[in-house]
Design a protein around this ligand. Structure first.
Ligand code: GLN
Length: 542
């Protein structure tokens, strides 16, 4: 029997609901249950693919090619369950479906309305594409009280009623602010938030209260009394020094016990959290510290590179090293301050990106790494920048560039117009819609044997997740290889360069895909493990 847990948020945004959902998923999994985690986003975009990462954070790409909310990254990292297209939906997607059905005449002349048509579409999504999952955790984006959340709240209320309370649980996450002048944690915003939920017919059974200090017994009882919730189901979610401590804390606070008790399931045997304790231990007592410079365009919001940040930390966990991240706006490198600011780092990473702004700085960062023999990791755009740098400075092609910005004389990086997905040919042109049309999701890649990359992966056939529209032009292979930059990974048809490496450098690698999306704390991605190892070696030299 599949049970549904709905997680809403109140009082303020950025409460860490995504992490809370991921952590609860991990705890239920540690109890032996099969979980699935989903996110319902109330905004009007069809998916976050067209949203600026500095506004909304990273776009997380699934194996099946969906561009999704970054919370799905937390879900995957915490539970190891690969997310799918059917795990994230937005108001935009729901409305597109409803309107397409209306145009086809599927509603047989009915007046199409938010209730029941939109809410039915949301309910159908919640229950779709499921197998033998024990628990489906559905996080509702936004904050209770937002106008745009209403159809989702109405839909989960109905869903809970349809399946009955024995199969549906409502968890509400709130904030208990501490007022220094009063010397107290204040419960009123939480009371109001629960009232707001009640006004749409939802009585939460568990409250998850974010707070920077333990909740005194008196406050807990007060919240329980006013919000109609048992005191033991008012769970404190205290700030943690690392996100990987969160499942451990939740368990200590009794969160998973209370969820099981709600459903009448036994909670006598505690979950095994050894692997979480190990990860936290490694994070807290590393052997040393190295610094990685991340040269990108969206450095003003760290969430723009959420998976990247986590993957680098995973690389540190694998090597027992603390990884300090220095976020550097690539634009500063267009002036001569470059050398000074890159001198102290032990590794340089140029992540994914779009558009011309900041590219000159990224190219200079790649050049610096190459010349100074500092480990260089180019991801997607970062690989394209390394290719342009080698073409311009070593292959005698000073006007090499990407057609993503202008019409260079030597388009070493160009628009991909067609490629194979399995046995299907995908075709795109200049006039194609921007949303959802890139080369997205998992694609296979063959690695040339006896190369550094084959060694790092320990195999020559791999699959990685992609999100790009431009590609390195295979016709420049010879020129690039003469310049020392070897194309060592290709799509199986041999047409799309997927990986490059330099043999005259301790660690200089570029990949066209996003390995950070598949890294997990308990299974750090081999590229990140190897990159951090190289950075540690570099740090011993200086
Ligand atoms: N803008 C580049 C492209 O579309 C790189 C994309 C990326 O880094 N994700 O190919």
């Amino acid at each position: 029997m599949t049970r549904f847990i709905f997680i809403t948020g109140g009082v303020v945004s950025s409460l860490g609901k995504g992490l809370a959902t991921a952590a609860l998923g991990a705890l239920l999994q540690a109890r032996g249950y099969k979980v699935r985690l989903r996110k319902l986003d109330p905004y009007l975009n069809v998916d976050p693919g067209t949203m600026s990462p500095t506004q909304h954070g990273e776009v997380f790409v699934t194996d099946d090619g969906a561009e999704t909310d970054l919370d799905l990254g937390h879900y995957e990292r915490f539970t190891g369950v690969s997310a799918r297209q059917s795990d994230n939906v937005t108001t935009g997607r729901i409305y597109s479906e409803v309107i397409a059905k209306e145009r086809r005449g599927d509603y047989l002349g009915a007046t199409v309305q938010v209730i029941p048509h939109v809410t039915d579409a949301i309910k159908a999504f919640i229950g779709s594409d499921l197998g033998d999952e024990d628990f489906v955790l559905c996080e509702i984006g936004g904050t209770v009280g937002d106008i745009e959340s209403l159809p989702f709240l109405e839909a989960i209320r109905q869903f809970g009623n349809d399946v009955g309370p024995e199969r549906a649980l409502f968890v509400h996450a709130t904030l208990l602010p501490y007022l220094p002048t009063a010397g107290e944690l204040k419960t009123k915003p939480t009371q109001h938030s629960v009232k707001e939920l009640l006004s749409v017919g939802i009585q939460p059974a568990i409250l998850l209260c974010r707070s920077d200090r333990p909740i005194p017994e008196g406050e807990r009882r007060k919240i329980a009394l006013f919000c109609n919730i048992r005191p033991e189901r008012v769970i404190a979610a205290l700030d943690a020094d690392t996100i990987y401590q969160v499942p451990i804390n939740y368990h200590q606070e009794g969160f998973d016990d209370q969820v099981l008790a709600y459903f009448g399931l036994p909670a006598d045997r505690p979950p095994s959290l050894d692997q979480w304790h190990q990860v936290v231990h490694r994070l807290r007592s590393p052997e040393g510290e190295i610094t990685i410079g991340i040269v990108g365009k969206y450095t003003s919001l760290i969430d723009s590179y959420k998976s990247l940040q986590e993957a680098l930390i995973h690389g540190g966990i694998a090597n027992n090293e603390r990884v300090r991240l220095e976020w550097m706006d690539s634009q500063i490198f267009e002036s001569d301050t470059l050398v000074a600011s890159l001198e102290g780092v032990n590794g340089i990473l140029v992540p994914g990106g779009f558009g011309e702004r900041g590219t000159a700085g990224k190219i200079r960062a790649a050049q610096f790494a190459r010349e100074r023999k500092v480990p260089y990791f180019g991801i997607c755009f970062g690989m394209q920048m390394a290719v342009i740098e080698a073409a311009r400075n070593l292959a005698g092609l000073p006007e090499a560039g990407s057609t993503e910005f202008g019409e260079p004389r030597d388009p070493v990086v160009g628009l991909m117009t067609e490629w194979m997905r399995g046995n299907e040919r995908e075709v795109r042109g200049l006039g194609t819609d921007l949303g959802g049309t890139m080369r997205l999701g998992a694609y296979p890649c063959d690695i040339v044997p006896d190369t550094m990359l084959a060694d790092i992966y320990g195999q020559t056939h791999i699959s990685e997740r992609h999100r790009h529209r431009y590609e390195v032009n295979i016709h420049y292979r010879e020129a690039l290889e003469t310049a020392g930059l070897h194309i060592v990974g290709l799509s199986p048809d041999g047409l799309l360069p997927e990986m490059v490496e330099r043999s005259d450098h301790p660690w200089f690698i570029g990949v066209q895909f996003h390995p950070e999306l598949k890294s997990r704390p308990f299974a750090p991605h081999p590229l990140f493990t190897s990159f951090i190892r190289a950075a540690i070696d570099q740090s011993r030299l200086v």
